[in-house]
Design a protein around this ligand. Structure first.
Ligand code: NAD
Length: 490
């Protein structure tokens, strides 16, 4: 710092443990992806902070778990109201922290975070348990469900508050207390939510937030003997590590992981609706949604027409300053991630693919203050064999590949020919075919003639390397509780 020069002022986050904000001992830089500048300091927590948070959560458990579902639901609803009342602050913060457009944060991330609390506040009131035939062997047999204890929750950077609240809400609604660790790259909205906990009536220790990296804070949480359950959303590589680290403790695990999601488009599809939706499913949130389409298989008779119309629409998908409401996409999360995504386009090119638009083809016209941001235009590729790494690996950016197919059999086989199995879309007006194909696709979610329409009552999760377990209304209830069979002899 030069003499007289003003010190840059950073937003400095603190851990939230036992209802108190505790300053970090050291910090990690957090970048504004749209400018490439550090603007925030995130605590670099480790074992010590995680121990303190787990102890606070353990202490709060007996009282919280003894409350009725209705009492807990009231607290969740109050927290939802408070986030909603501060909606625009959360929207601005999420956009700045993650790089996504204000519009996306305003219409998707924050409203859904509010809804997650409201949904589970309501859903937890309506579950029933089982009872056997009265008199079976002279006994009454029935089940009860109890909260598991201290839940460890680990979430990624792409939908920061949305995915964190998707875990916190069902965990505390069912009577658990939690220690949560959001991504070190997007911790701000989680910290802002902590500021509302007291007013919402969340007792100290019920929700604890420990900020930091995966290998330090995340690992300490996963390997903590007093945390019997881990709900993780993130990459398949990290999930493998978490599985190994938690194995000695036989923890309950829910793993929501990556995808390489196909769209299968038959000649009888409504072309206009299909293109509009498949553009969104490929590029929304910079392609940084685990459910984004990244392989598009099109029936050969309409392939040329589809490709031409799809590329024209992709060129209209605008990328630039997240605050400009004309833009569909903002910046990617980090410089490293941008390089990784660009690397896939370079690889495709080296393998002889055609890059129809986007990276290396179209220049972005960015405002001066965004010139060092991590932007990349919507990119469409064709001409790759299915064996290419570009067709097999999760790219998690605004890149999608198109390829023709000749038969239903072939489309299903190629759709399934990756290690992932998270989601798929099928486009056809033939209801029989739609049903056949949906049934045969190896994916936890299949959308036909639409994308990302979610009923939170239904199971969410992936097959194969896309995950273990399901979350959603009843599934979250089952995951965050232990079932017990009780037999009463009369
Ligand atoms: P990531 O696996 O790198 O990190 C996710 C979280 O895990 C972060 O909080 C990180 O700090 C933590 N972490 C990293 N190493 C850890 C370790 N050794 N122990 C404990 N925690 C650790 O994933 P990411 O890059 O943040 O997110 C992108 C990935 O998430 C993509 O693969 C995407 O598909 C996936 N994702 C899946 C879903 C889903 O619901 N299936 C939703 C969103 C994102």
């Amino acid at each position: 710092m030069q003499n007289g020069a003003e010190k840059p002022s950073f937003l400095v986050l603190e851990n939230y443990i036992g209802g108190k904000f505790i300053p970090g001992r050291s910090h990690i830089d957090s970048y504004d992806p749209s400018t490439g500048e550090v603007y925030c300091k995130v605590p670099d927590s480790g074992e010590e902070e995680v121990d303190a948070a787990v102890a606070a959560a353990k202490k709060a458990f007996p009282d919280w778990s003894a409350r009725s579902p209705q009492q807990r639901a009231d607290v969740l609803n109050k927290l939802a109201d408070l986030i909603e009342a501060n909606m625009e602050d959360f929207v601005q913060a999420e956009s700045r922290d993650q790089g996504k457009t204000l519009m996306f944060a305003r219409t998707v991330d924050i409203p859904r975070s509010v809804y997650n609390f409201r949904f589970f506040a309501s859903s937890v009131l309506h579950h029933t348990t089982d009872c056997s035939q009265i008199g079976h062997m002279g006994c009454l047999n029935y089940t009860v469900r109890c909260p598991v204890g201290v839940a460890g929750l680990i979430s990624p950077w792409n939908l920061p508050l949305y995915l964190l609240t998707w875990k916190i809400a069902p965990a505390i609604a069912t009577g658990n207390t939690v220690v949560a660790k959001p991504s070190e790259m997007t911790s701000v909205t989680a910290w802002m939510m902590c500021k509302l906990m007291q007013q919402a009536g969340v007792p100290p220790g019920v929700v604890n937030l420990v900020f930091g990296t995966g290998p330090r804070a995340g690992d300490a949480l996963v390997a903590h003997a007093d945390v019997p359950l881990i709900s993780f959303t993130g990459s398949s590589a990290t999930a493998q590590r978490i599985t190994e680290r938690s194995a000695p403790y036989c923890k309950k695990l829910s793993l929501e992981l990556g995808g390489k999601n196909p769209a299968i488009i038959f000649a009888d599809a409504d072309m206009e609706q299909c293109i509009e939706t498949t553009i969104r499913s490929s590029f929304s949130n910079q392609g940084e949604i685990c459910l984004c389409t990244s392989r598009i298989y099109v029936e050969r008779s309409i392939y040329s027409e589809f490709l031409q119309k799809f590329v024209a629409a992709a060129k209209k998908w605008k990328t630039g300053s997240p605050s400009d409401s004309q833009n569909n996409n903002g910046a990617l999360i980090s410089k490293e991630h941008l390089e990784k995504v660009r690397g896939f386009v370079a690889l495709a090119k080296s393998e002889g693919a055609i890059i129809h638009c986007g990276e290396g083809v179209d220049q972005l016209d960015l405002p001066a203050h965004n010139k060092s941001g991590y932007f990349m235009p919507a990119t469409v590729i064709s001409g790759l064999p299915d064996s290419s790494r570009v067709m097999q690996e999760e790219i998690f950016g605004p890149v999608t590949c198109i390829s023709p197919f000749d038969s239903e059999e072939e489309a299903v086989a190629r759709g399934n020919d990756v290690r992932y199995g998270l989601s798929a879309t099928v486009w056809s007006r033939d209801v029989g075919r739609v049903h056949r194909v949906a049934e045969r696709l190896q994916a936890g979610l299949v959308w036909t003639n639409c994308w990302l329409v979610r009923d939170l009552n239904l199971p969410f999760g992936g097959m194969k390397s896309s995950g273990v377990g399901r979350e959603g209304g009843k599934d979250s209830y089952h995951f965050f509780t232990e079932v017990k069979s009780i037999t009463i002899k009369h």
